[in-house]
Design a protein around this ligand. Structure first.
Ligand SMILES: [Zn+2]
Ligand SMILES: [Zn+2]
Length: 191
């Protein structure tokens, strides 16, 4: 999918950078070097926002508009993951594997695991028990792994869009093949 720059987002990010760097300069001038350094760091980080954060595109799977294309991006409608590559936006390759468990699937009440390794996507041979304890929920989940891999998945929580501070459980995995199969097993209406 071709990408477009959102000028509003570019301007907001540029403003954030200028304010941060301006404050950093002021703090450095008044002797608060640590604060100044932290502000300068945030100012420089917002350059990333000016870059990939201000682009918009359409989801290559479902056509939903996507904004803020920093790193790996999950489509809120069809749950597919994609990223920018050479100026275009693509869905991840089916054999994509991330170094750390980062592909986050909202679990809701669904806990169906496909018979694949969550670290590499090969057929699973055993499981690893994961546990999460939060104020709103607590449960165990057996994450399938092949004989070669350990630590391919992690339980975490993320904010629910439009629900203030409410948190919902997500399963973070390394393998996009596992992730896709997991979407299929838990959200049959989407595929
Ligand atoms: Zn989509
Ligand atoms: Zn594996």
């Amino acid at each position: 999918m071709p990408i477009q720059r959102s000028w509003l987002r570019t301007m907001v990010w540029t403003l954030v950078m200028l304010v941060m760097l301006g404050l950093a300069g002021f703090m450095g001038y008044s002797g608060a070097y640590l604060v100044s350094g932290v502000l300068a760091l945030f100012g420089l980080l917002s350059v990333v926002g000016i870059g990939s954060g201000s682009y918009i595109t359409d989801c290559p799977v479902c056509g939903n508009q996507l904004r803020g294309l920093i790193g790996l991006k999950r489509c809120p409608r069809c749950l597919s993951y994609g990223k920018l590559s050479e100026g275009e936006y693509y869905e991840l390759q089916p054999d994509f594997v991330n170094k750390v468990p980062l592909l986050a699937l909202p679990l809701g009440d669904r806990r169906n695991m496909p018979p694949l390794c969550c670290a590499c996507g090969a057929p699973a041979a055993r499981t690893e028990r994961l546990r999460i304890i939060r104020v709103e929920f607590a449960f165990d989940l057996d994450a399938p792994h092949c004989a070669l891999h350990t630590g391919g998945a992690d339980l975490d929580s993320e904010p629910v869009a439009g629900k203030g501070k409410a948190q919902a459980p997500v399963l973070k995995v390394k393998s996009y093949a596992f992730y896709r199969a997991c979407v299929k097993a838990n959200y049959p209406c989407m595929t």
